[in-house]
Design a protein around this ligand. Structure first.
Ligand code: NAP
Length: 455
């Protein structure tokens, strides 16, 4: 496993990075354990101040941090600034609520006395994170665990090493105590070794199903708790009563933001057959507004993919979808043979269930569109998936939207807005999209010791 930063817009290598040695890893584990032991004797208030300091650091230097995202994984500068702002919001939420969330909770009126439930840390948490939101994903793990006094060791995706180091620099600039957060450029064997270490009490993975199965198995083997934030094939449902222009605008954005590389991106549009032709026309018009370009150019509307490998993999996947029976309704399938990782947006007709790609996540600007005659058929198509991450429903009839939302087997649903994570709201999946929750009050309890003291 080698860590290298390559600008995906032009294929130019920025820098290689050395892997951590086994000896360095031992020191890092010792330092992390040292932080854990010290933190359990410290007041939570002290850590909320550090977390606010970390938020300030990202806020003050937003432009610097944002540009690294653009050059490491191709994110549009405007989207990179939004990611920095979201990263700040996650830190601020736990800084503001950390004391309340970790207060002992009284459980009175027990048959034999009463109890006080204490909330404390458990030990070192390993965070294995993806390249698509290189700061926000890390903060989702660090902020709640820092409040608990759990040290976090980060193994970031190998294509965003500068972003990983920038996060470390932000923590150092905010004077987080030694061992509280440490980035490691580790190989997969070293990751297994970390999971085997008895001081490591949790593993949080965000990534593909393949990585999820591997890391969850290692964690299970060691009886170490894990959370898995995996992929999705989210639906974007458009009912027959919508403002078609507005729904199409949001539908395009929900698929094409971050070049379509979002776990909760709208991957399957399901449209009421009454408005299907008009909606499809409106959607094509919206897709035409997105053109791949340099992410650092403020006028660019669509980012390149994160790497040449990702572009080639998506091209191969789309060709299999077409060979399996889908049609191209919008876009040009010609492969990009240049050095950059640009991928032009496509709209494909929905896959039949016998399409060998039916269950696959297409991680890029490629939408599939289905039409449905009734709400029951919409729900059937939506649930006919082994994934269950997110979803969106567009309708003027909120009650009808809520009924459909309740029937969809998924971790979260938005009505009349693009699904997006928020610090205050739990985030996670069901089915093969993973387990566990990040963010909100639920997120802090994943790796907490929830301990009743009865008397
Ligand atoms: P990935 O290839 O699975 O990589 C994710 C992380 O896992 C990277 O740090 C990767 O390191 C590491 N990894 C992979 N295999 C490993 C192994 N055997 N041992 C140790 N570490 C391993 O996923 P990705 O391509 O970066 O991210 C895209 C996927 O993440 C999509 O499926 C997307 O839907 C999902 N995602 C889910 C959420 C959510 O919250 N549910 C959010 C964002 C993304 P290397 O880079 O070194 O391989």
């Amino acid at each position: 496993m080698s860590y290298a930063a390559i600008n995906p817009f032009n294929g130019q290598k920025i820098r290689d990075f050395d892997n951590v040695t086994d000896q360095q890893l031992e020191v890092i584990l010792d330092q992390a354990q040292g932080f854990y032991e010290a933190s359990q004797k410290q007041d939570v208030e002290e850590r909320t101040e550090f977390l606010n300091g970390l938020a300030n650091e990202f806020e003050k230097n937003s432009e610097k941090y944002a540009r690294i995202l653009s050059t490491n994984m191709g994110k549009l500068l405007v989207e990179a600034r939004q990611e920095v702002a979201k990263t700040v919001s996650f830190a601020r939420y736990y800084a503001k609520n950390g004391v309340d969330l970790t207060q002992p909770q009284p459980y009175n009126d027990l048959p034999n006395g009463q109890a006080q439930v204490e909330i404390s840390g458990t030990g070192i948490i390993l965070a294995v994170e993806p390249w698509n939101f290189p700061y926000a994903q890390v903060m989702r793990v660090l902020a709640p665990n820092f409040i608990l006094g759990n040290p976090v060791i980060l193994k970031h995706a190998s294509i965003v090493p500068e972003a990983a180091l920038a996060f470390q620099e932000a923590c150092d600039n905010a004077d987080l105590p030694l061992g509280a957060f440490t980035n490691v450029f580790a190989n997969y064997d070293q990751i297994d070794h970390i999971i085997e270490d008895p001081r490591v009490q949790g593993v949080a993975l965000t990534g593909s199903e393949g990585a999820g199965r591997k890391i969850a198995a290692s964690a299970g083997q060691n009886l170490t708790k894990s959370t898995m934030e995996l992929g999705g094939t989210d639906v974007f449902i458009v009912l027959d009563d919508v403002d078609i222009t507005k729904a199409a605008k949001d539908a395009a954005k929900a698929r094409l933001t971050n070049a379509g590389q979002v776990c909760t991106a709208a991957k399957r549009y399901i449209v009421s057959s009454k408005i299907y032709p008009d909606f499809l026309d409106a959607l094509k018009e919206e897709f035409a507004k997105y053109q791949v370009g340099d992410p650092l150019d403020e006028n660019t509307t669509l980012a390149p993919l994160s790497s040449k490998d990702a572009q080639q993999q998506l091209q191969a996947q789309v060709e299999k979808v077409i060979a399996g029976g889908s049609e191209v309704l919008y876009g040009d399938l010609t492969p990009n043979e240049g050095d950059g990782a640009g991928f032009s947006p496509l709209i494909l007709s929905g896959m039949e269930q016998d399409n060998p790609m039916y269950e696959e996540e297409l991680f890029g600007p490629v939408a599939q569109i289905y039409q449905a005659q009734s709400d029951d058929e919409i729900v059937k198509i939506a649930n006919n998936s082994r994934h269950g991450l997110g979803g969106a429903i567009y309708t003027k009839d909120i009650e009808r939207g809520k009924k459909i939302a309740s029937r969809i087997e998924t971790g979260q649903v938005a009505i009349n807005s693009i699904l997006s994570s928020q610090a205050e709201v739990p985030f996670g999946g069901v089915k093969d999209s993973g387990y566990g929750r990040e963010l909100s009050d639920w997120g802090i309890y994943e790796f907490a010791n929830v301990k009743p003291v009865m008397y």
